[in-house]
Ligand binder design. Structure first.
Ligand code: G3P
Length: 218
């Protein structure tokens, strides 16, 4: 399973990359705004900086919602760096654009996916990745992980090559369950990746080992 970090914060990306478990980065317009990155030139430069920090795919989202606009923005983003994957929303023009990009050698991440039928369309159109939002479904008392399970089964039935990128992943159990289901990728903030490391018995055990070592070496 690939681990992506869901942030536009350069130090967090560096920190995750240093752990040796990072396979890529996902961003979205909210995450870019959170870092204060505004204006087309600054945004494009920021994507280039992200690509230099990580050895893997970097999702960069289009803002346009009309077909021509999505194509123009997507081509500009894809030309920036070979690691860029163009992130396109699951809307009618987005679906058409994903198909266009897949025919023209541009990799895509279909975002804002909340149902198995949307995921089926994304795969039919040739998306490289599909991003179902687990946490946002849980937020409205739906079952985000059930969606991942359904998509896994549907993609398996027809051998779709589109990778399931579980997004809006908020806590370690989301990652644990995604791994059991067989999601190809999870994307999550650094805090959640770090939380995977923690176990109180590890801390207690280490403290005891170190104390026993000290006693034995007095
Ligand atoms: O990758 C999508 C993600 O950024 C959304 O996460 O926590 O805002 O639902 P969240």
């Amino acid at each position: 399973m690939k681990f992506f970090i869901d942030t536009a914060n350069l130090s967090e990306i560096e920190e995750a990359a240093a752990l040796g478990i990072l396979d890529g980065v996902t961003t979205n317009p909210s995450l870019m705004a959170k870092e204060g990155i505004t204006g087309e030139k600054n945004i494009l430069n920021h994507y280039k900086k992200i690509c230099e920090l990580v050895d893997g795919d970097v999702s960069a989202e289009v803002i346009a919602t009309d077909f021509d606009g999505i194509i123009k923005e997507g081509e500009t983003l894809a030309e920036l760096h070979e690691q860029i994957v163009v992130k396109v929303p699951m809307i009618k023009n987005g679906l058409k654009a994903i198909h266009y990009f897949s025919q023209n050698g541009i990799r895509t991440n279909c975002t804002l996916v909340f149902s198995a039928s949307q995921a089926l369309l994304a795969a039919k159109a040739g998306a490289t990745y599909v991003s179902p939002f687990v946490g946002r479904l849980d937020d409205i008392s739906a079952d985000g992980l059930q969606l991942i399970e359904d998509i896994r089964e549907i993609y398996g039935n027809y051998e779709f090559m589109t990778e399931i990128l579980a997004a809006s992943v908020r806590h370690p159990m989301h990652i644990h369950q995604c791994a059991l289901i067989g999601a190809d990728v999870v994307t999550t903030p650094l805090a959640v990746i770090s939380a995977l490391l923690n176990h109180p018995l590890t801390d207690i055990g280490l403290e005891k080992f170190l104390n026993d070592y000290k006693k034995g070496n007095l």
